[in-house]
Design a protein around this ligand. Sequence first.
Ligand code: HEM
Length: 495
Amino acid sequence: FWFLLGKRRRRSGEPPLENGLLPYLGCALQFGANPLEFLRARQKRYGCVFTCKVAGKYIHFLTDPFSYHSLTRHGKHLDWKKFHFAASAKAFGHGSIDPNDGKTSEDFHHTFIKTLQGNALNPLIETMMENLQYVMLQSSTSKLHPNNWITDRLHAFCSRVMFEAGFLTFFGTELSSNHDDNLSKQEMERARILNALENFKEFDKIFPALVAGLPIHMFKNAHSARAKLEQELLHEKLYKRDNISELVTLRMFLNDTLSTFDDKEKAKTHVVILWASQSNTIPATFWSLFHIIRNPEAMKAATEEVKNTLEDAGEKISLDGKYISLNRKQLDNMPVLDSIIKEAIRLSSASMTVRVAKEDFTLRLEDDSYNIRKNDFVALYPQLMHFDPEIYADPTIFKYDRFLNENGEEKTAFYHSGHKLRHYYMPFGAGIAKCPGRLFAVHEIKQFLTLLLSYFEMELVDNDVACPSLDQSRAGLGILPPVNDIDFRYRLKCL
Ligand code: HEM
């Protein structure tokens, strides 16, 4: 009878089950409207482990942070690639990147780790520091003057600066328009990148719908925006660029040697990199800067740390075209900025970690075990933990020093029920599939803040402006942007 209704019946040893009221969709609408509230209510009703039917899938949610580790422990039974590969193909429209399907034998994850971490991170950071200064200073020098306040919208500003600098860092500069070439070529390159930003925004807007399985043909503007991004990232265009990152250079080589992708599909795999490198970084940068400007204590502590770091490094801010540089070690020794960025991300992150059961198996947790069926999903939703008042007192309040200990160093001791937590901060996912760009992401935000605090004075247009709400329509995908933008102004410091 249950089977005929398309509903699953809970078997013995399985977690409590909610089929939802709607056929196929199950609980999808309630979950999608506000995942945090939805999961909190189920946690209260069923306990820490429960199953919900969401858009035809049965998802077992593990909500106790002490059970997060079990996902790694059960790696043998849980597949992380299946979900990622399928989501990527749906959103970007490339063919299967699963080597088992025969279109490519590239191990994408390995490419990412190899080119975003370890020694590969050093040149990326170095290039980003230059590009950020080029974007912030060189471009609009005509408007920049110590007496001249410039009013802008904070999210729009962060998007422009991070997108342009990040684009140049990963995809290089046009061969004919190096930074010191003549101005009109620079302006043309800038216009093209800012045009790409508009296309990126149009495409990114419908990203949640694509991941949910809606076809891109339903969204005319976004479809054409994605096609224009692909055009920009065709191999023939990339060959005309200089200083391309190791990541993109290697991906181009592997596309050409290990895959049977056509030119368009190859370009689509580069749109994946563009999206992954920008979609979370932009809102994370916004929240970090917003909280600093709004919080005088944070502003004071951050400005002091930046000043001391530059002094120790022997770097001096000037406007005569000489950029400052900080190496990785110097950037790694900025605990106040680290804490500010972590806290801003804690408050805005809503990622979901998903694994697919390869077979029927028993999931063993500390005190319980549960039977899981083949092809079911097992998921973590760390925002529950990030907003747990037992772990983070006053969890909705921004405290710039929340991740600093009494010695002013990184704090790593967080507790729940009297026990120290192994996982207390998880915006980048967990285990094997953890974001490979996380180190670069934190470094680039730190560089952005360091440069802004060094070169500019900044203030909100309305000092008492309310903190914007999080855009829940993107819940599950990473850092949530604000629902509305904020006016601020900035001007060059008198140096
Ligand atoms: C994957 C978060 C910045 C590249 C992911 C995942 C999360 C995440 C949650 C999925 C992990 C999982 O499923 O367990 C973030 C956040 C960022 C950020 C919060 C910024 C604040 C970046 C940057 C890059 C990047 C700057 C640079 C290219 C990637 C890639 C993947 C990924 C390539 C897919 C990895 C794979 O499937 O092998 N990220 N990310 N991310 N991220 Fe990031």
